[in-house]
Design a protein around this ligand. Structure first.
Ligand SMILES: [Zn+2]
Length: 192
């Protein structure tokens, strides 16, 4: 996300300057030819923690990063879709999973990578899942079986922990921040 664009997306010139545009407070990539300003803003991720008969659905990643580790179905929002549509689409794409009783569960900031995570909770319809293209396996885990050391991301580990402690979304949304540094740095403050 921090890669510098090489060409101006408006006029195609390669004359980008990294400077503070007039009236702005932060440095941006600005096209010296046409004046186009390239704003880079946080990306939104939506996903879901899905339960079936006391077990939680996890997907084994078939893509980088964190290839081979387990995660919740989640991914970047597409333009023109709603947050909930994104969570449903990602669950379908990564686990062929349909969601019942969907409810917003948590909203977390990851400022070090400029991402926001919105995780829904729900029932895994029929208990059925199949790995999609980005997964090599899907499986249901009891709380005791969750492979904590093989969870792909701190934000996912945090959501699993929250879910086991509080249960599915019930109108209260857990909020917080996940910082870098695994273990010591997972300073997530959860709302009450
Ligand atoms: Zn330009």
């Amino acid at each position: 996300m921090h890669a510098e664009p090489v060409y101006c997306p408006q006029c195609g010139a390669s004359s980008l300057e990294y400077r503070i545009p007039e009236g702005d407070t932060k440095r941006r990539n600005v096209c010296a030819r046409c004046g186009y300003i390239i704003y880079q803003n946080p990306l939104m991720v939506a996903g879901a923690v899905l339960e079936w008969e006391g077990k939680i659905l996890l997907c084994k990643r078939a893509i980088k990063p964190r290839f081979g580790l387990w995660t919740l179905p989640a991914g970047f929002m597409e333009n023109h879709e709603t947050l909930e549509e994104c969570a449903r689409r990602e669950s379908m794409e990564e686990a062929t999973a349909e969601i019942e009783n969907i409810a917003l569960f948590s909203l977390y900031s990851l400022p070090h990578i400029s991402q926001i995570y919105a995780i829904y909770s729900g029932v895994l319809a029929g208990g059925k899942s199949e790995p999609g293209e980005e997964s090599s396996a899907t499986d249901l885990f009891t709380p005791e079986e969750i492979p904590w050391d093989d969870i792909a991301f701190d934000i996912i580990r945090e959501n699993l922990r929250l879910y086991l402690e509080h249960g599915p979304g019930n109108g209260h949304v857990h909020t917080g921040t996940v910082m870098p540094h695994p273990g010591a740095g997972a300073q997530a403050e959860t709302g009450r």
